[in-house]
Design a protein around this ligand. Structure first.
Ligand SMILES: *Cc1c(COP(=O)(O)O)cnc(C)c1O
Length: 485
């Protein structure tokens, strides 16, 4: 006897109710508790996962259904279902709801999240739904307004993939703190405001509350990339942002085994697009429709590896921020350094503004601190007194800090943005983004800060004529076969 589709629809409603209750329960907990347990309860572990205390990795392409009624209910999205791993997977579910809870921490906002396989996929997922052309106005030229100080490939996605390929005008805010400049770029064809906060690598910052107000006045959303801060130091949704894109495998996870990103949105975003489903639950909409059709999903193993790292994000960001402050102070007084860009330094022009927002979550409930504590993350940059060649000399002298175009790692990593992450945007683009050729970006790891200082000290001594010679092995055949040249 067929149970009927409605039998499953009712069961689905009960499951949704249990999910809502679990979320409510977790919202009462402090940040660390949420990061550690997330949505995975003792009941779920004992009922469904043999008591396993760590969330299981569901290495399966698809979900099988009890009968045709359940299949029909699932595929018509009438019941919660994961269906097929291009759409969703239970391991992703654990990760996504932890992130939704952490990004909305300290507020009563309801938020949802969708994980993606890279940052560029997250940014694409977050902005594309706003870039649809109204078919009643086929000649309409739409635009969006973004700060110039953004990650190099974000710049490329905006400039090449949107502006050049699709004729969607990217309007650049030159001075990210100038509210009037930003507002003057908005017109009736503007679809969203975008900004990176703090920006990579120049650490630009803007007043989130004020910018969100401008966006909402014009009935458009504010989208923020807050990768550098992580929710342990900054939660833009609490200050009015509608959507956050966040690298999960940079500072949130740090271990560096792969790439996972996420889009996190509050419910009922502000938008001038007439799409009630999207407006109400942006990430739910992305999951069931555009991302199902575009396919930027993550693997279940990455979801759980990432989740395991997120549990300690608060204590890591505290320690990493403190080490970075020590290193920034060391560099600031060094004779070969022209300047240090770190929001934590009082000499930074945006220090006061950043201090309004960047705080270690729950420091006031911390045994050790007992009061609010500003923390500024582990990304900084510094400029060498000298030209680009002098900068390369110092960079090549590093013996422990890795030369890589990465950040957010448990190991210290440095790069010269002008020849790497920001190479393709050209001289003019780099000027807008505030990236001179003598700039080294340093993301401080969890080594003892004194050892990082020693490495920097000996690398800087190359400018006093000290020779450093390191020998490395030849390329292997495997290396050569992975090259694109
Ligand atoms: C790394 C990074 C990106 C891009 O992420 P991918 O995973 O490399 O695609 C975007 N924004 C910021 C701020 C980043 O640091």
């Amino acid at each position: 006897m067929s149970k009927g589709v409605d039998h499953y629809v009712q069961a689905g409603k009960r499951a949704t109710q249990r999910h809502i209750e679990r979320m409510k329960e977790m919202k009462k907990c402090r940040f660390d508790t949420i990061a550690v347990h997330g949505i995975y309860s003792m009941q779920e572990a004992l009922n469904f996962n043999q008591g396993a205390i760590i969330e299981p990795i569901y290495m399966s392409t698809a979900q099988g259904y009890r009968d045709s009624d359940e299949m029909e209910a699932a595929l018509s999205y009438q019941i919660p279902t994961w269906c097929y791993s291009r759409i969703a997977n239970p391991s992703m579910y654990y990760l996504e709801w932890v992130l939704a809870l952490l990004e909305s921490y300290g507020t009563w906002l309801d938020a949802s999240c969708i994980a993606t396989s890279s940052g560029m996929a997250a940014i694409q997922s977050a902005i594309d739904p706003f870039l649809c052309v109204d078919c009643k106005k086929p000649n309409q030229k739409i635009n969006f307004v973004a700060t110039s100080q953004v990650y190099g490939w974000t710049f490329q996605q905006f400039a090449m993939r949107k502006d050049v390929d699709r004729s969607i005008e990217r309007r650049k805010v030159i001075n990210s703190t100038d509210l009037d400049e930003r507002e003057s770029l908005i017109d009736e064809n503007t679809r969203f405001l975008y900004g990176e906060l703090p920006s990579n690598p120049s650490l630009a910052f803007f007043d989130i509350e004020a910018v969100a107000k401008i966006a909402h006045k014009h009935n458009i959303p504010l989208i923020v990339d807050s990768t550098v801060a992580t929710p342990a130091l900054l939660r833009p949704l609490a200050f009015g942002a509608d959507i956050v894109v966040q690298s999960v495998t940079k500072s949130l996870a740090t271990s560096g085994f792969g790439i996972v990103w996420a889009v996190i949105a509050k419910n009922n975003i502000t938008t001038n697009i007439d799409n009630p489903t999207m407006k109400e639950n942006f990430c739910g909409y992305l999951k069931l429709l555009p991302n199902r059709d575009n396919g930027p999903n993550i693997s279940p193993i990455n979801a759980i590896l990432t989740l395991n790292d997120i549990r300690t994000v608060r204590m890591r960001m505290d320690k990493l921020s403190r080490s970075t402050m020590k290193i920034a102070k060391f560099l600031e007084q060094h004779k070969h350094i022209e300047g240090v860009d770190y929001l934590g330094l009082e000499s930074h022009p945006l220090h006061t503004l950043a201090s309004k927002y960047m705080k270690l979550v729950d420091a006031e409930y911390d045994e050790e601190y007992g009061s609010e504590q500003n923390r500024y993350g582990h990304l900084m940059s510094f400029r060498i007194k000298g030209d680009h060649q002098a900068t390369r000399k110092v960079f090549d002298g590093l013996q422990r800090i890795r030369r890589a175009t990465d950040l957010g790692r448990i190991k210290s990593v440095a790069t010269i943005p002008a020849i790497s992450t920001h190479q393709q945007q050209g001289e003019e683009g780099r000027k807008l983004a505030g990236i001179p050729s003598n700039l080294i970006r340093l993301c401080v790891g969890a080594e003892h800060p004194d050892d990082i200082i020693r490495d920097l000290e000996q690398a800087l001594s190359t400018l006093d004529g000290k020779e450093i010679t390191m020998t490395f092995p030849e390329y292997s055949a495997g290396w050569a076969s992975s090259a694109t040249v």
